[in-house]
Design a protein around this ligand. Structure first.
Ligand SMILES: Cc1cc2nc3c(=O)[nH]c(=O)nc-3n(C[C@H](O)[C@H](O)[C@H](O)COP(=O)(O)OP(=O)(O)OC[C@H]3O[C@@H](n4cnc5c(N)ncnc54)[C@H](O)[C@@H]3O)c2cc1C
Length: 499
């Protein structure tokens, strides 16, 4: 089998993968693999911005820590939160050195916005609402100038290569056919989210929980998978059959938009003194309640008092998208509903991104270092990718190189011609219905029964395709989410149980 030997293999080129790569010593060879093309990531979709205190003013640092803990219902790892907030400035400055250009006012001062759960304006953004796309553009450009970094597109990681609780790299499927092994001294999982397990999500198509699936099969510790964040305001198009739902950024509520129910009532006052700027779990659960009480499947975002001209300039991506849906921001009400958005738990890591397996790190949305607790504070996840990516890079930079020999083995399945699409579809409707914003014991047990059947089918009909491995990763992760949700009997953060 073809083998590529390297110092560091990074699985994923979202912000978590790319930023880590850029901070690794240039004498080390770094290979980055991505499942599809470089632009298909959740990082590219990020609109609102990146949270962070640029000046080290103790009061502001403490306020960011406080807001993060409050949003997370104090279930956060406090040490990790402290690291996140205090190392924000160093890493945001590094982004700027990589030519990331945040929006500024006419005096050259960085513009800051606010989102749900933030007590002050501390969110930096680019292009109004294209923060992720613009950060990624600058970092990819920087990557292409580095001779030690090798990027491989259409290279899907299948399984971790490991022995005696040490990782030696990963086996992959190149362009859907050829199998390749990357043998590496250090392996980093940066595979992103799990969104496509659900029937409606804001996530990109690559978010099929591959990192968590691989880690699970290698007996690596996972945590907190019951905590799935639902974004309150995805655009609601009743005719769309697509799993992907376009996000209407929380920053619009940060700039003063209201939520109205189908009867035109501004309802958030019934649920939180913070109104529309309450943390996401509170707002999503409030919308769910309103939809239930009024027999509707959406509510409205009201931007009419903010004016079309201002909104077109401040949120050009969202304005233009809504125009294609025949909605004019600032003039029309925007129909919205909550959908799956972010995976809070994942592969358990320490403060240096180290997993429970030697020489294996995880970063970004697939990892769990405890910063988010039971619910993520808006715009803290891009920050998490860079702060902990930098720490992983430092840890690797401080290690001595060593030689490794490893011969892996990729399971060669009989080539069943099996269509995994129906499994993915049924998984989505099951998770939306029974493992969504509001959960019951009966619903979770019912979902488990259905998903176990899917697992049985997958065991019967494996093959060496991308579709099979994605379905396997999704089904295995769904079962862990359901079991974790069953085990956590109390409601906390975005895990809401009514029995
Ligand atoms: C619509 C939207 C808006 C958001 N807005 C914000 C915001 O304003 N602020 C904020 O802080 N956060 C925001 N988030 C969350 C944030 O964008 C993500 O949590 C973060 O970008 C995740 O980065 P990542 O690098 O972990 O994953 P991603 O950026 O999703 O990258 C994952 C990478 O892994 C690769 N990959 C996956 N599986 C495999 C495999 N098997 N083999 C090889 N490669 C693989 C993919 O190809 C991809 O390159 C938003 C998310 C969404 C979906």
């Amino acid at each position: 089998m073809k083998q590529i030997k390297t110092d560091v293999i990074i699985i994923g080129a979202g912000l978590a993968g790319i930023y880590t790569a850029l901070n690794i010593d240039s004498q080390k060879r770094v290979d980055i693999i991505v499942k599809e093309s470089l632009i298909v990531t959740n990082s590219n979709l990020a609109q609102g911005g990146i949270a962070g205190e640029l000046d080290f003013i103790q009061e502001n640092i403490d306020a960011h820590i406080d807001d993060t803990l409050k949003a997370g219902s104090f279930l956060n790892n406090k040490e990790a939160v402290k690291v996140l907030v205090t190392e924000a400035s160093e890493n945001i400055n590094k982004l700027m050195n990589f030519k990331v250009d945040f929006d500024r006012d006419e005096y050259g001062e960085i513009l800051l916005t606010k989102e749900g759960g933030h007590s002050t304006r501390r969110i930096l953004h680019i292009g109004g609402d294209s923060t992720g796309k613009d950060i990624m553009k600058a970092l990819k450009k920087e990557c292409f100038t580095r001779e030690n970094i090798h990027i491989h597109e259409n290279m899907m990681a299948l399984e971790l290569l490991h022995r005696d609780n040490s990782c030696f790299g990963v086996s992959c499927l190149n362009n859907g056919t050829e199998t390749i092994e990357f043998i590496a001294q250090n392996t980093i999982l940066a595979t992103g989210g799990i969104g496509n397990i659900y029937g409606s999500t804001t996530n990109s198509a690559i978010a099929t929980s591959d990192g968590i699936g691989m880690a699970y099969r290698a007996n690596i510790k996972l945590e907190g998978l019951e905590f799935i964040q639902f974004h309150p305001t995805a655009f609601h198009n009743e005719f769309s059959k697509s799993r992907f739902k376009f996000l209407i950024s929380e920053a619009i509520r940060g700039e003063g938009a209201y939520l109205l129910n189908s009867e035109g009532e501004r309802f958030m006052k019934k649920y939180s003194p913070l109104l529309e700027l309450a943390p996401r779990d509170t707002v999503s659960q409030a919308i769910y309640r309103e939809m239930y009480d009024t027999w509707t499947d959406h509510v409205y975002l009201d931007t009419r008092h903010l004016g079309e001209k201002y909104l077109k300039n401040r949120f050009p991506t969202i304005y233009n998208h809504l125009k294609t849906e025949n909605i004019v921001m600032g003039k029309d009400l925007i129909p919205v509903s909550p959908v799956q958005h972010f995976n809070i738990g994942g592969i358990k890591v320490d403060l240096n991104g180290q997993t429970s397996m030697n020489s294996l790190y995880a970063n970004g949305e697939c990892a769990s270092n405890g910063v988010h607790g039971a619910n993520r504070l808006a715009s803290n996840s891009l920050l998490e990718c860079i702060v902990f990516g930098n720490r992983i890079a430092n840890d690797i930079n401080n290690k001595k190189s060593h030689k490794i020999d490893f011969e892996g083995h990729i399971e060669q399945y009989h080539s069943y011609k099996y269509n995994y699409k129906p499994i993915k579809k049924k998984l989505g409707t099951t998770m939306d219905e029974y493992v969504g914003i509001v959960r019951t014991k009966e619903g979770l047990l019912f979902a488990k029964k259905i998903v176990l059947k899917m697992k049985k089918n997958l065991n019967k009909y494996p093959n060496n395709s991308k579709a099979y491995y994605e379905a396997l990763n999704m089904v295995q992760t769904a079962l862990i989410i359901i079991d974790s949700a069953l085990n956590r009997k109390e409601s906390i953060g975005c895990h809401y149980r009514i029995n």
